[in-house]
Design a protein around this ligand. Structure first.
Ligand SMILES: [Zn+2]
Length: 177
């Protein structure tokens, strides 16, 4: 995956925005992502109330973007994904992950994204009482599992008005948002 340079600065004893105690640790990690550039991973962690938040920002100013990627084999699952807290991830016919207070930034891969959706739908399947909705959830989980086995294709779309997200692959189509 190329060389990885990381540098972290932390600042502890900060005021937590949730519990207002001085138990918050801020950290900033600078990391080089091949074919994207340097990114900063900002995180907040409160040891008192357990509040945590992570976001990602590119060092270089980027333009609002939309990436479309078709997952068509097992190799595609390893494709690197950078997602900021402002990004929306869509998997047509499966679901949408929207930005919001609970939204986090992360660096993962396609497999990680599919697993996040799968986990959400599994929760839905387990709590849903309507049999039709339950069945629909079960079918979506089956479909995602087939994609993870490399037996089915799926499309993943990431839109980010801040431009701080990316799907790092030649196969990914990038457009201005
Ligand atoms: Zn707190």
């Amino acid at each position: 995956m190329g060389k990885k340079k990381e540098k972290t600065n932390t600042l502890s004893g900060q005021v937590c925005p949730m519990c207002m105690k001085k138990t918050l640790t801020l950290s900033e990690t600078k990391m080089e992502v091949p074919y994207f550039g340097n990114v900063f991973i900002f995180s907040m962690n409160c040891s008192n109330c357990k509040y945590r938040k992570t976001d990602i920002e590119a060092e270089e100013q980027k333009e609002p973007c939309k990436y479309t990627f078709e997952v068509s084999n097992k190799k595609d699952l390893n494709v690197r994904v950078i997602k900021s807290a402002e990004a929306t991830i869509k998997i047509p016919h499966i679901g949408v992950m929207e930005p919001g207070p609970a939204s986090e930034g992360f660096i993962s891969n396609i497999e990680g994204i599919i697993n996040k959706f799968k986990k959400q739908i599994e929760q839905l399947r387990d709590t849903e009482e309507d049999p039709a909705a339950k069945k629909k959830a079960k079918n979506m989980i089956k479909k995602l599992q087939k994609v993870l086995w490399g037996n089915e294709k799926i499309k993943i779309i990431i839109e980010d008005p801040t431009g701080n997200s990316a799907i790092i692959s030649d196969k990914a189509a990038k457009k201005k948002l």
